[in-house]
Write a protein of this length. Sequence first.
Length: 269
Amino acid sequence: MKSSPTIEYYADVASDAGADFAVYPEIFTTQLMSFLEERSPSLAVQRITEYTEDYISLFTDLAVKYNVNIIGGSHFVEEEGKIYNIAYLFRRDGTIEKQYKLHITPNERKWWGISRGDEVRVFDTDCGKIAIQICYDIEFPELARIATEKGAKIIFTPFCTEDRQGYLRVRYCAQARAVENQVYTVISGTVGNLPQTENMDIQYAQSAIFAPSDFEFARDGIFGECNPNIEMVVIGDVDLEILRRQRQDGTVRQLKDRRHDIYRIHYKK
């Protein structure tokens, strides 16, 4: 992984575009399974965790070299005998943060034995506060509301889905979270196939950048989107000042108009 030209290429593209963030897909390091002579999915995942130090070193170097904050998709990591699906934030100043996946799909439990994280985190960056909600997590509206209440203005969602139905769950929920919380959401997914890899053989995605649906934002609430199921890059400009104004004076004001007198989300952390 230290010398992967494909991974570095996308960091270079983001840098050339003057991007503040580059987002890679969920568990994209499972591509390594195609090179491992291990047919058992659970044992293959165990092997993937052995590359964690290389993964962290690679993206730390890329974030600094290309001066871009990188959400490094997610990677399977072993900690105290358990395997977690963790998304890392690699800041361009060389510092690192991580967000554990909180909701584990039946597939992840059955094939890989993935364990759950237990904290909704919001991270400071040089472009404001952000959150990372991995794939299935964006389908739970409470998490985005908690992140928004903690100050997040952008929610990044690395995802991995094998069919259009799964992809649309992620997409529709990300768009809903943008509307409900008056935040920007970004989804980045895996495309292509790994024919010889058990449980990772097919992929479907269309990465995109979403905004709340109001007059000052992009038409249809979509800042940009890739062509379906084709490997490519989508670039879009999001304006946090417009977000601030719309929260105060927009056509609708979901955050200001909440009825705290009759309901409230209680976060136990």
